[in-house]
Write a protein that binds this ligand. Structure first.
Ligand code: I3P
Length: 109
């Protein structure tokens, strides 16, 4: 599954709150391949290679949990992703259908 997602990093590994200055929303083209969610920066082109920075932004979704961010009301269509090492991301999908689809795909790999 692929598509645009806007990401906010809420907690780093071990659940430590991500410091101010690193909590802003950023748009990526997300590519879910196996157990890795790749987050590609910049303009989307199908043949584009993942950069070193893209690889650093990749998220392992092994033993992770995605759920609708019902308590987050500043933006619509936002879901949480909590990883096995207790990172927490917020992702905003373009619409409700896409949000549901990402949640299902992430939770059923
Ligand atoms: C963050 C940025 C986020 C905001 C976050 C800020 O600043 O303004 O949009 O989250 O607030 O810390 P920075 O880009 O300097 O990291 P919201 O959009 O959810 O308000 P937070 O620290 O309360 O999460």
């Amino acid at each position: 599954k692929n598509g645009f997602l806007v990401r906010k990093v809420h907690a780093d590994s071990d659940g430590k709150r991500t410091p101010r200055g690193k909590r802003g929303w950023k748009t990526f083209y997300a590519i879910l391949k196996g157990l890795i969610l790749y987050l590609q920066k910049g303009e989307y082109r199908p043949e584009k290679q993942l950069s070193d920075e893209d690889l650093k932004n990749a998220v392992s979704i092994h033993h992770s949990l995605a759920m609708k961010a019902s308590d987050y009301s500043k933006r619509p269509n936002v879901f949480y992703l909590r990883t096995a090492d207790w990172r927490v991301y917020l992702f905003q999908a373009p619409n409700d259908e896409q949000m549901q689809s990402w949640i299902t795909r992430i939770n059923t790999v």
